[in-house]
Design a protein around this ligand. Structure first.
Ligand SMILES: [Zn+2]
Length: 148
């Protein structure tokens, strides 16, 4: 994991000059949109392929994914169940992701509401209807790896 990230080239973010801070707004405060507040961005050397994320939605990320969240790329190291603590606009937080941030190899954690999505029924128009099921981790599940 460290070897995969340490070989990557980065440069100082041109938008914020490396501070990670830019103009203030209520939603993201002063976090720079160019680098997600890290101050650095990935550089693709000439002749090399650009790194392509395997996932762009942290709610659907799986272990091993290369996740793009905002402007920042992360490697998903592991996902564990956490006790339901608080609700977000998207549901109850029930999982914690441990990620390696590619620009600096730093380990960061992110919490998310994870829902099990199943395709339930065929609709007359040929489509399908999804059912979303919020998972409430049992006491035995708390802290365990979530293989999703
Ligand atoms: Zn920046």
């Amino acid at each position: 994991m460290a070897s995969a990230t340490s070989a990557l080239l980065t440069r100082r973010c041109g938008r914020c000059g490396g501070s990670g801070k830019y103009s203030f707004n209520l939603m993201d405060h002063d976090r720079c949109y160019g680098c997600g507040g890290t101050g650095r961005v990935l550089v693709t050397p000439r002749g090399q392929k650009k790194i392509v994320p395997t996932c762009t939605d942290y709610q659907k990320a799986l272990t091993g994914d290369l996740l793009k969240h905002g402007p920042v790329l992360y490697h998903v190291e592991e996902i564990r169940w956490v006790r339901l603590q608080y609700m977000t606009a998207k549901g109850w937080i029930n999982q914690q992701l441990t990620l390696t941030r590619l620009v600096d190899g730093k380990t960061v954690q992110m919490k998310r509401p994870y829902e099990k999505v199943t395709l339930l029924e065929q609709l007359p128009n040929g489509g399908t209807r999804e059912t979303r099921e919020m998972i409430k981790p049992s006491e035995e599940m708390i802290g365990q790896l979530a293989e999703v």
